[in-house]
Design a protein around this ligand. Structure first.
Ligand code: ZN
Length: 485
């Protein structure tokens, strides 16, 4: 598999350092608020990478941390009069609610910062001993950026350019404006822990270095996160860990692109901002997950409700095709008529292309394109009255269903029962259109009764009423079904 490595600035063949074992560390959330669409993207992207590596047969150790102490958590705790632990626990709980809905799997290890203070103090102590860090009179500890030669290598920044842009805030006791905090001395009314430098708390960058080292052998195979974390967070992690161990920190650095809202940068202050909850109030979680995978993970993703509605049409087509395949496969008798070999070859090509797309830097957008090729192929067989009844047709439907199941395991979509999903999707669309499914069902029942009584005037009136509600009725051999127009 090829992965784009931010450190190398190119796609590289992915070769784990320890044979079949893969270690993957992804920076998790700072637990002080509900997750937004940017978190959804990053979580889904790395969830698919995790699923795909497992699908390929690797034994993956996936580590995703929770930052449960930080300026933002302290600020939030003070605003609402709770302690920081309560705030962090609350929003870790909310994170799980959202991620479970989005079918994001739990990581193997989900360490919290406050449970690794000892490891962080030990790392800081080693860095001081090695001459890469220093403590100040007031009890802060800083990493001495110029003591680490490779600083800037991940983000491609030159240390002298960084120097000219760096600022020292009043009260800072940094020796150099570039230096960053490993340990912060305790401020009044802030949570703090005992350390060799007095009471204080760790700086944000420190936790990922300390926890990576604890839960995986270094170098990590994959270190991931959103593109916004590459500098300074990941650059600082590299400096801390590599200065400490003298070994590379991670072999492949994988970053997902930004989410934009209506082509603009997402920003709370201009109201250009959506939490996952805001979106799931209107759309099904699987629609959102599907939407997030329709773009390559490194491209910027432009979010809008219109784009989400387009994605909804896509997921509906996929499930409709799966439902149709199930209908075809309920037949009990199959004809031994000849089946065109080229259709089987075509499916084999589609399977190959799906694989190639995923192998090429996890191109989920490309892979979804091949999913549509497979369902179009199934559709062509369904439309041919001879092929659909033949044993060859049965084998093709069965194989496409098996492919879809395997692909669904990797992408984390189309794993539901098709009929149940399509009903759920219809009701979701109905809710957005202000249509009450119970009312529609009542009208359909009344219509059925009117027809049975040959009261066609009444049944026509009911049909008109449904049409005026934007409800489309389809009469099938097993009864009337409906959808939102
Ligand atoms: Zn991190």
């Amino acid at each position: 598999m090829k992965l784009y490595n931010t450190l190398a600035r190119k796609k590289e063949e992915f070769i784990p350092a320890n044979g079949n074992n893969v270690s993957m560390y992804v920076c998790g959330i700072t637990a002080y608020d509900l997750c937004h669409i940017g978190h959804a993207r990053s979580s889904v992207v790395f969830d698919v990478l995790f699923r795909y590596l497992r699908f390929k047969g690797y034994d993956v150790t996936f580590i995703r941390n929770f930052t449960d102490i930080d300026d933002k958590i302290i600020k939030r705790a003070n605003e609402v009069g709770k302690d920081t632990k309560e705030i962090a626990e609350q929003f870790i709980g909310e994170f799980y609610v959202d991620m479970d809905k989005l079918a994001v799997l739990r990581a193997d290890v989900e360490p919290k910062c406050t449970e690794h203070i000892a490891e962080m103090i030990a790392l800081t102590t080693r860095l001081i001993e090695k001459g890469n860090a220093y403590s100040t009179l007031s009890g802060d500890v800083y990493f001495k950026v110029r003591s680490f030669e490779g600083y800037g290598k991940l983000s491609g920044r030159n240390i002298d350019e960084l120097e000219s842009g760096a600022r020292v805030r009043p009260g800072d006791e940094k020796l150099d404006p570039l230096d960053f905090a490993l340990w912060k001395n305790a401020k009044p009314d802030e949570p703090s822990w005992e350390s060799p430098w007095g009471m204080g708390r760790p700086g944000w960058h420190l936790e990922c270095s300390a926890m990576s080292e604890k839960y995986a052998p270094l170098p990590l195979d994959i270190h991931g996160g959103g593109q916004d974390l590459a500098f300074p967070h990941h650059e600082n992690e590299i400096a801390q860990s590599e200065a400490d161990t003298g070994k590379p920190f991670a072999n492949y650095w994988v970053h997902n692109g930004f989410v934009q809202i209506n082509s603009e940068k997402m920003s709370k202050s201009i109201g250009n901002f959506f939490t996952i909850r805001d979106i799931l109030d209107k759309f099904l979680p699987e629609t959102l997950r599907y939407f997030l995978l329709t773009m390559h993970y490194r491209s910027p993703l432009d979010f809008s409700f219109d784009a989400l509605e387009e994605a909804e049409k896509g997921i509906k087509r996929i499930y409709s095709a799966l439902a149709q395949a199930d209908v075809e496969l309920t037949k009990s008798k199959w004809k031994k008529s000849p089946f065109p070999e080229e259709l089987i070859t075509e499916l084999a090509e589609i399977e190959k292309h799906w694989n190639e797309a995923m192998e090429d830097d996890m191109n989920t957008a490309g892979a979804l394109g091949h999913v549509f090729s497979a369902i179009r192929l199934a559709g062509r067989v369904s439309e041919d009255k001879n092929l659909r009844k033949s044993e060859g047709g049965r084998d093709l439907f069965t194989r496409i269903k098996a492919d879809m199941a395997a692909w669904g395991t990797v992408l984390g979509i189309f794993e539901c029962d098709p009929v149940e999903f399509l009903t759920e999707l219809r009701d979701n669309r109905a809710a957005r259109a202000g249509i009450d499914p119970a009312k529609v069902q009542g009208l359909l029942d009344a219509r059925k009764e009117a027809r049975a009584n040959k009261d066609f005037e009444k049944s026509d009136a009911i049909r008109d009423e449904l049409a005026a509600m934007n409800v489309e009725v389809k009469d099938t051999p097993t009864g009337a079904t409906w959808d939102v127009q």
